[in-house]
Design a protein around this ligand. Structure first.
Ligand code: NDP
Length: 331
């Protein structure tokens, strides 16, 4: 039998955490034959609720779940973890300025970076979910210099899946027949959902989405804004932000990263830019990636038209601004 993998979830008593931990315990993240030990971290005010989640995990009698650590101690939570899913963060409340939230999250991610650096397994893979996800991941990377930069990523897979979902609804085809959309840039409303390379499997073979969706107007405007603003639409409908879809996409992100993307398919991940596609180095930016043997690589050589270029640059510009705001909070 395989040795258990230790998976950390921060903010585990929150709503994404509550949806995510049972998925991990059922094998949705690491596969149906991979035992796991869950490490759940939350802050003191949530300690009792966190313990309640632990009780429910025990009650669910998951065969793959070999242990549960529920704690408010960051060092204990990070001890020997192989995967870290960072969901905990300070939410933006009414009347708060961007800078206020940024400064709170910068200090949280700085502290958690140090804890991971000291206590996590040396090959630990990190996925940041909490917003501003790209910039939190960048701060984490800066303050955990011994963790390879390739191991620090942020979540844009939910946006990617939302884009697949919109195409599938529009064409009335199954979502698994749609692939290779791209989310470029920031996990924010400046993200650019790009369908120029996306395809649909039909009874007469693989067709490009541009070829089948003849309404360019829809693809170039409504499709993009629907994906960008889907989070707000969910909040309006549910009076709560998305949680089950966020949790599910976090599992997709880690699963594909660890176990590999299917041949001919790419996914979107926020990763440390190496300058690909003219995106400045030193930002955590969402790119199309394929994964093999636990390593992602950016898909190269895609043709970028003028429309895409402008949108890719606009979201990079926002990330550069967030980065300088984050650094100003450090001082
Ligand atoms: P959620 O579980 O709903 O969300 C957690 C984080 O994920 C938020 O930052 C949220 O951003 C972000 N997020 C990223 N992508 C998405 C998405 N697509 N949909 C929804 N959220 C997304 O928040 P809760 O308040 O329920 O839980 C947060 C937990 O974190 C709590 O248990 C709390 O105790 C803990 N916490 C930990 C802190 C720490 O570690 N120091 C500090 C503060 C809280 P957004 O806010 O923009 O929706």
């Amino acid at each position: 039998a395989k040795n258990p993998v230790r998976v950390l979830v921060t903010g585990a008593a929150g709503q994404i955490g509550y949806a995510l931990v049972p998925m991990i315990a059922r094998g949705a993240m690491l596969g149906p034959d991979q035992p796991v030990i869950l490490h759940m971290l939350d802050i003191e005010p949530a300690a009792e609720a966190l313990n309640g989640v632990k009780m429910e995990l025990i009650d669910a009698a998951f065969p793959l779940l070999k242990g549960v650590v529920a704690t408010t101690d960051v060092a204990e939570a990070c001890k020997d973890v192989n995967i870290a899913v960072m969901v905990g963060g300070f939410p933006r409340k009414e009347g708060m300025e961007r800078k206020d939230v940024m400064s709170k999250n910068v200090s949280i991610y700085k502290a958690q970076a140090s804890a991971l650096e000291k206590h996590a397994a040396p090959d630990c893979k990190v996925l940041v979910v909490a917003n501003p996800a790209n910039t939190n991941a960048l701060i984490l990377k800066e303050f955990a210099p011994s963790i390879p930069e390739k191991n620090i990523t942020c979540l844009t897979r939910l946006d990617h899946n939302r884009a697949l979902g919109q195409i599938s609804e529009r064409l009335d085809v199954h979502v698994s027949d749609v692939k290779n959309v791209i989310i470029w840039g920031n996990h924010s409303s400046t993200q650019y959902p790009d369908v120029n390379h996306a395809t649909v499997t039909t009874s007469s073979g693989e067709k490009s989405v541009r070829e089948i969706v003849t309404d360019d107007n829809w693809l170039n405007s409504e499709f993009i804004t629907t994906v960008q603003q889907r989070g707000a639409a969910i909040i309006k409908a549910r009076k709560l932000s998305s949680a089950l879809s966020a949790a599910s996409s976090a599992c997709d992100h880690i699963r594909d990263w660890v176990l590999g993307t299917p041949k001919g398919t790419w996914v979107s991940m926020g990763v440390y830019s190496d300058g690909s596609y003219g995106i400045q180095e030193g930002l955590i930016y969402s790119f199309p990636v394929t994964c093999e043997k636990g390593e992602w690589s950016i898909v190269q050589g895609l043709k970028i038209d003028e429309f895409s270029r402008a949108k890719m640059d606009a979201t990079a510009k926002e990330l550069a601004e967030e980065k300088s705001l984050a650094y100003s909070c450090l001082n």
